[in-house]
Ligand binder design. Structure first.
Ligand code: XMP
Length: 514
């Protein structure tokens, strides 16, 4: 049986992923595709999925601009229900000849919509609904055959539908939590209009994925780069379930791991009885990084060296297949999104480009979001410490040491990281936090230790809350916990004289310092 699916057409809006995730929260599968998809391409996707509905996302442009993204009208005529959100709402109206113009008064934030026609889309809601808006343009007049379903003080057509075809538009964002009954609205679209079945479940996924891996790899050998992070760990266990000893997991210790990390990874995977090779490559990495201070250069060197080490092992094992823990956002970010800017070169062992030719690259997690990978990991029986551990960057502590990397600095940052981890975990705050770690800055400062002057390193503490890492807020960690961390760091690490707390959100700062 094919999975019921909603296609989300990406018009560049910042909430595109959020729409897709909200749909999946209802156990309905969703797939983000480019806005210029053709009806024929939709037909091709139907080979894998049962497409029950289409959502057009928001976007930064105005539909009446010359180079603004359009929609192939054939998509609107497939007979599949279509819901336009914000830009998508305006685009449907404009495509059929409605009047879309710059709004006399723009709406950003909470607004109240008056529902005049509580049809299937706006069923079981109040007469007035608290909705979240973010638009500078407005639909002023609807095309023939369309009718208004709701309006706001400044927006005469805040929701509409076609009188006969299954075409709908909402000017507001139901996917954003500030739209009080947004989930109900999406639910109406999924189940009342598209008649979806909630058949996207992790247990079924495991079965299907194992079958797919077995069919691809058959009796040959595969290799996986295991970092100990959630994605590569989950894909390792899943693939081992499918092909057993024909899989070899390779763990490259570049020397920028947290304290005890190599042992933790080794112990964990030994329990799963998986072929496991650990490569100690600390000296090799340090040598390559000597005197390098530029952050992007450091990242590139580490990424490249990693591949070299991995390639050597792959050749020895003579594996035909490479298994990668690529997840859905990785695939989307590198594939169809047309408006994103590169902030930093992410090195992720899950995304290895290699010179060695493999028969195929196997990516069993390619359709999953991070929270779905966590669910899958739990279903597969991965230990809790691994499932709920904080994300850790591929280049490791190297991106948390400013300036040149030396063994002395690595030793300091490892000790500081351990203290931060211990204290945050002791405090019970862990479950609300995305990441908590220490950064070794390049600033030295004067201190007094004992009765003598000391001139030492400055450690910055970074603790953030986030859902996706696309945005993050610094966490308001209670002063007494920060005090304990600061006291321990300055007492236990001789070389450190000062500890500061990073109070910057993302944006403008990124989560990691480099
Ligand atoms: P930034 O610093 O870009 O980080 O705000 C966003 C999230 O990604 C993690 N991160 C990485 N993960 N390889 C990875 O696998 C990398 O090169 C990398 N750099 C940053 C970071 O820890 C945060 O969770």
């Amino acid at each position: 049986m094919k999975t019921d699916t909603i296609l989300v057409l990406d018009f560049g809006g910042q909430y595109c992923h959020l729409i897709a995730r909200r749909i999946r929260e209802h156990n309905v599968y969703s797939e983000i595709v480019s806005q210029d998809i053709s009806p024929k391409e939709v037909e091709n996707i139907k080979n894998r999925f049962d497409i029950k509905g289409i959502i057009l996302s928001g976007g930064p442009q105005s539909v009446y601009e010359q180079d603004a993204p359009k929609i192939n009208v054939g998509i609107l005529n497939l007979g599949i229900p279509v819901l336009g959100l914000c830009y998508g709402h305006q685009l449907i109206a404009q495509t059929y000849g409605g009047n879309v113009k710059q709004a006399k008064k723009k709406e950003y934030g909470i607004t109240y919509a008056t529902i005049t026609k509580p049809d299937e889309l706006l069923k079981s809601l109040g007469k007035k609904e608290k909705v979240w808006m973010s638009h500078g343009d407005t639909v002023y007049a609807l095309p023939k055959d369309f009718e208004v379903l709701a309006y706001t003080e400044n927006c005469p057509v805040a929701a509409f539908r076609h009188k006969e075809k299954p075409l709908y538009g909402l000017q507001w964002h139901p996917e954003v939590i500030h739209t009080e009954n947004g989930m109900k609205m999406l639910q109406n679209f999924l189940f009342e209009i598209c008649r979806c079945e909630a058949n996207w479940k992790m247990e079924d996924f495991v079965e299907k994925a194992i079958e797919e891996i077995q069919q691809t790899v058959e009796n040959r050998k595969a290799i996986v780069a295991l970092s100990g992070g959630i994605d590569s760990s989950t894909v390792t266990v899943l693939t081992a379930k499918a092909i057993g000893k024909n899989l070899t997991a390779v763990f490259v210790d570049h020397g920028f791991m947290r304290e005890n990390e190599p042992k933790f990874v080794q112990d964990t995977f030994q329990k799963f009885n998986i072929n496991f090779i650990a490569i100690k490559a600390r000296k090799r990495f340090l040598a390559k990084l000597e005197a390098v201070t530029e952050p992007e250069q450091k990242r590139k060197i580490i990424g490249k060296e990693f591949i070299r080490v991995f390639e050597n092992v792959a050749k020895k094992i003579k594996a035909d297949y490479l298994v990668q823990g690529t997840i859905y956002p990785d695939r989307i970010e590198s594939g169809i999104r047309k408006f994103s800017d590169k902030i930093k070169t992410h090195h992720n062992v899950a995304g290895l480009p290699l010179k060695i030719k493999f028969k195929a690259i196997v990516e069993p997690l390619r359709d999953l979001y991070k929270d779905e990978v966590r669910k899958l990991a739990a279903v597969l029986g991965l230990p809790k410490e691994l499932v709920f551990r904080q994300p850790f960057p591929g280049p490791g502590l190297a991106v948390r040491i400013m300036g040149e990397i030396t063994q002395e600095k690595i030793d300091i940052i490892k000790k500081a990281d351990k203290i931060v981890t211990e204290e945050i975990e002791k405090s019970g705050l862990k479950d609300h936090l995305w990441q908590y770690f220490a950064v070794l800055t390049e600033t030295r400062s004067t201190g007094v230790k004992g009765d003598s002057r000391a001139y030492g390193y400055t450690i910055a503490i970074r603790v953030v809350e986030s859902r996706e890492a696309m945005t993050a807020s610094f966490a308001k960690v209670p002063y007494n916990i920060l005090e304990t961390i600061s006291t321990r760091i300055t007492n236990e690490i001789l070389e450190v004289t000062r500890v500061v707390y990073d109070i910057t959100h993302k944006p403008p700062a990124t989560i990691e310092w480099e």
